[in-house]
Design a protein. Structure first.
Length: 473
């Protein structure tokens, strides 16, 4: 049975408008970045220029850019030419199985800098439906992605990890291009992809602000950027399984992305929060001939493009200076400031009855129910590159009703999914014990650290975590 009750808990938190209202503190077309990111502004005027070119391409090719038509192939040629001129390694990947007969190729562009064993992918489908030019669906995601890639090339920052961009074919017929790409990867190639980010319909005129897998570690920088604008984004439930992130997720690759909505209808609560018309579709021109340049919410497009750049810089750009400064590397390590930026089962964080914090009043209580249960919290941290050794220190109290030395219930610490420490009910002590894991191997990188408590079906074991810090020597 459940044995704990929270005295206080907080909800999970950690990523020219046409009909979609903006919070009054942020003007349309303005830029905003968080202090944690040195990402540049992506010029939305240039993003719209790419959209204008895609619109002209559709106009020269029967009014659309469907995957099997010349409009799609001309779109590929346009994007490819801009990327090659900027210094990208660009590949056209023919979709030789699973795609609609006559579909054009995927377009893959890699910025040839950074650690090739750690790849962050950013993608959008470049094809549209036959009914119209497909400006929001998905010229918006394709154009935002293109200008972000060109901005990266123009800025040319020192790269910690590799960045790969993709423009997918044949999405509208069933995610066929991205599925083919994922199937074509070897297991080793898949393992190098740390996360895939997808951008599909990011300029809906009556749109909302949605993040795929919003509570996941991969989503954290996307959500944090929109949070910094006061947008209070929500989970992209409408798009679940319907865009090119799905094949990556099915292959076990962490995914996230932005969307502003398709044919589903905006709720009254969403209209109150974001503006726009309650009861109307997020995109009234979804899959229709009116999905033209007039069907673009420039404010949303601007915020999406800047959020993409923020995420790219957070995940892959070298931000370290070679110092060994670990101050503030773990935010809210004592859990006294709510839940952010912790992700996962953040209901475990609070001032709980039945157990005590090591310091202050709040801590994370993982498991402790006396039934089969697993709870995880995590945070992405930057490990400085100038230390001889870097450790993650934390205080752990294990309270158990188990007896003996058999490990029935377990506590694990992981970094980017790799297990660094495992403890169990057999390690129970009367109070908090300071413990450490070595993060030196991750020097100069951003790494997601997670704490997990798991119980079997009987006899509770609770794992209380407090005062998490990063220490360099």
């Amino acid at each position: 049975m459940k044995r704990r009750f929270a005295v206080a808990s907080l909800s999970l938190s950690l990523a020219v408008a046409l009909g979609c209202g903006a919070p009054p503190a942020v003007a349309a077309g303005s830029t905003a970045t968080t202090s944690a990111s040195a990402a540049p502004d992506v010029d939305v005027t240039k993003v719209r220029a790419h959209l204008s070119e895609l619109s002209a391409i559709a106009g020269r090719n029967g009014g659309n850019r469907r995957a099997t038509g010349q409009g799609y192939r001309d779109s590929v040629a346009y994007v490819k030419g801009r990327l090659q001129a900027a210094g990208y390694t660009v590949t056209e990947q023919p979709c030789t199985s699973g795609c609609t007969s006559g579909a054009g190729p995927n377009l893959i562009a890699e910025w040839p800098h950074g650690d090739a064993n750690n790849v962050y992918m950013f993608g959008a489908h470049l094809d549209g439906v036959s009914a119209g030019p497909g400006m929001n669906d998905n010229g918006s995601g394709s154009a935002a992605l293109l200008e972000t890639a060109l901005t990266l090339a123009q800025q040319s920052p020192a790269m910690r990890d590799r960045v790969r961009f993709a423009w997918w074919t044949d999405e509208e017929q069933g995610l066929n291009g991205s599925e083919f790409y994922v199937r074509s990867l070897s297991s080793a190639e898949r393992s190098r992809i740390r996360a895939y980010y997808n951008f599909d319909m990011v300029a809906s005129t009556n749109g909302g602000y949605f993040v795929n897998h919003i509570t996941s570690p991969a989503a954290a920088p996307l959500k944090a950027y929109w949070d910094s604008l006061g947008l209070r984004p929500e989970e992209n439930t409408e798009g679940a399984g319907r865009s090119d992130d799905y094949p990556f997720a099915q292959a076990g690759i962490p995914t996230s992305g932005y969307a502003m909505g398709a044919g589903a209808r905006k709720t009254s609560a969403q209209a109150a929060k974001w503006g726009g018309t309650a009861g109307a579709s997020y995109d009234p021109c979804y899959h229709r001939s009116c999905d033209t340049l007039s069907n673009i919410n420039t404010t949303g497009l601007d915020r999406a493009a800047d959020g993409i750049a923020h995420t790219l810089w957070q995940q892959a750009v070298q931000t370290g200076t070679g110092s060994c400064d670990t101050a503030g590397a773990v935010a809210n390590g004592g859990f006294e400031s709510g839940t952010a930026p912790w992700t996962g089962d953040t209901g475990a964080i609070g001032a709980h009855t039945g157990q005590s914090a090591r310091t202050g009043t709040r801590f994370a209580w993982l498991a402790g129910y006396g039934s089969t249960r697993t709870e995880t919290i995590g945070q992405t941290v930057t490990v400085p590159s100038g230390c001889a050794r870097v450790t993650l220190d934390y205080w752990l109290h294990i309270d158990t009703d188990e007896s003996g030395s058999t490990p029935y219930d377990r506590f694990t610490v992981k970094a980017d999914g790799s297990t660094l420490a495992t403890l169990s009910n057999a390690d129970a002590r009367s109070g908090y014990v300071q413990r450490s894991v070595d993060l030196t191997a991750y020097a100069g990188r951003r790494v997601t650290v997670t704490f997990t408590g798991s119980e079997d079906a009987s006899l509770q074991t609770g794992f209380m975590v407090d005062d998490v810090t990063l220490r360099g020597t």
